[in-house]
Ligand binder design. Sequence first.
Ligand code: ATP
Length: 423
Amino acid sequence: MFVRKFSLRDFRSWDAVTVDLAPGCTVFVGRNGHGKTNLLEALGYLSALSSHRVASDAPLIRVGAAQAYVGALVVNQGRELGVDVEINDGRANRARINQSPTGRPREIMGILQTVLFAPEDLSLVRGDPGDRRRFLDELLTSRIPRMAAVRIDYDKVLRQRSALLKTASGALRRGSRSSEGASALATLDVWDGHLAAHGAQLLEARLRLVHDLAPHLVTAYRSLAPESRPASVRYRSSLGDSLPLELLDPARKPERDDVALLEASFLHELSVMRSREIERGVCLVGPHRDDLELYLGDQPAKGFASHGESWSFTLSMRLGAFFLLRADGGDPVLMLDDVFAELDGKRRSALAEIAAGAEQVLITAAVPEDVPDELSATRFGVAAHDTERGRISLITRMDGPSQWEVTDDRRAARDGGPRLEGP
Ligand SMILES: Nc1ncnc2c1ncn2[C@@H]1O[C@H](COP(=O)(O)OP(=O)(O)OP(=O)(O)O)[C@@H](O)[C@H]1O
């Protein structure tokens, strides 16, 4: 898969631009803060409908603009599809495939598959469980787009059940036998059932994912850091003793009736934890409390891994995702944001070798020397300029082949924005 062309309008520091790309390696070079990451973030958004840097859409819209636009022409096994999304502040986003509006934006997920590695990823090793859950769920959705709906349904039920627990807990604390508290308790059973049903589906999908991902991750770590202790991962579930331990073994092949077993375990753990949940007023059981544990040898990577080992581990998680999507028959665009400057010579070469095997790799670097020579690349310069429209990023072709055109689309922007002509 590769992006043949992409267009941005009013996305972060970008006013309006269209860039033609080719398969192989493309490097965006520019000084810190000039807009390189914004380009990769835009493509990542088109792929996952979320940013790797912010939880809400508002910061993605250029200051002073009402909406942002990201579009791309994606070539997958010779077939070209146009996909674009309009990001609106305070209103629903709108997406199109080949210029036809989709019912829901998430219908475009899966058309462009990307794997992005960015400096923020260090939080995968050092950060909270939420960062690792997000990693798993994003990969899950990239692999199986319908999992986005399962996740949304689970979150809805979780919010509803959490509100009930809070009400019941408040009533208990006040010592009142209010009708509100009593009705919250009475409906809890129903919501336990919904939570277990949706949660078991999500949990089964995550366990299957970890089983499939683990070998790729382990291999990627070994090739990046052959002298280090071996990397391994293990899913940690909040279902406690209610869950048969062997289900968490990444080496165990998931089975078809696991969902039913997980749902039964889920319901059992909810009954075990019921009084503690009511006491605390929070939902303590479910995939929203789980974690992906990372190990180097026998030690947890968090707290024990050196800076270099942490970088290698996070990179291996992303590369593992890349290899997994490829093994599934996909061919994601690999995006490496400012990564080479952090790696020693050996790890740079190992990564360059892996990157050279991808159909398309997009790399950002502050200086061209950061990118290994073996990635003979088309290069674009990115620089921000102060204009009457504010500080705007511009792109220029450097030493790449002359057929790849860059267009500054300011005129098109005035006429309604850059548009991909579609196939
Ligand atoms: N919504 C927005 N509107 C306008 N400008 C924005 C917006 N969001 C971010 N920017 C600007 O984008 C710039 C940062 O761009 P980006 O993160 O792509 O930099 P970079 O070239 O990757 O830098 P580094 O090499 O330091 O990672 C900053 O100058 C920031 O002010």
